[in-house]
Design a binder for this molecule. Structure first.
Ligand SMILES: [Zn+2]
Length: 200
């Protein structure tokens, strides 16, 4: 199956930084270098403080809390594997700089579009924005702990999420999914009517 990500916020076109050296604000490059990264390891969306942030895919909340820089974040991992470089991997999406009042808990199952936090400037952030990251993961065969498939890629395992956007807002995900389901059931009814009409 192909990984599809729903935009976790509206106005996704106005990212202030994308993934990688060419899309990183030049004045921030030294900061990422200090953090041991080649450049920016995700996509930044400037947002007013308190803007709801939504899950970009179905999955399990595997982290909800504060990091050592005082940044609040949520991490969600898919429970289904996806095609990745001729392999099957799980996808972990990362949401950072949130307000501390995070509405989801570790272990909760979320659907694409569920509110998982609110935008803020917590941690290493100059203005209120969402940092969105994506890491392909697998479970170790010996100890069954999760590890990053791309850990040594210069971004601590993060990859560019941009190729995986499906073009729709997470806010609309459940409506779109239910309309698609209705269309499939209409098609299935048409097929059975046609079979009846053909005497099969
Ligand atoms: Zn960022």
């Amino acid at each position: 199956m192909k990984l599809e990500l729903w935009y976790p916020v509206k106005k996704p076109g106005i990212a202030s930084q994308g993934f990688g050296p060419s899309k990183t604000a030049p004045d921030l490059l030294p900061m990422y270098k200090k953090l041991g990264l080649l450049a920016h390891n995700g996509i930044d969306y400037p947002l007013p403080r308190g803007t709801p942030i939504r899950a970009a895919h179905n999955g399990l909340v595997v982290y909800a809390g504060m990091d050592s820089n005082g940044g609040w974040g949520v991490v969600i991992r898919t429970q289904e594997p996806f095609d990745y470089n001729n392999d099957l991997v799980f996808a972990k999406s990362i949401y950072w700089h949130l307000l501390p009042n995070i509405p989801v808990k570790v272990g909760a199952q979320v659907k694409a579009g569920d509110i998982i936090g609110y935008a803020d400037t917590t941690g290493l952030a100059t203005g209120s924005h969402l940092h969105f990251g994506l890491k392909p993961q697998l479970k170790g065969e010996n100890d069954w702990t999760w590890y990053n498939v791309e850990q040594n890629n210069g971004y601590n395992g993060s990859i560019d999420p941009a190729p995986y956007w499906n073009g729709y807002y997470a806010e609309d995900a459940q409506t779109i999914i239910s309309i698609m389901g209705q269309q499939i059931s209409i098609l299935q009814k048409l097929v059975s009517l046609m079979k009846l009409a053909l005497g099969k």
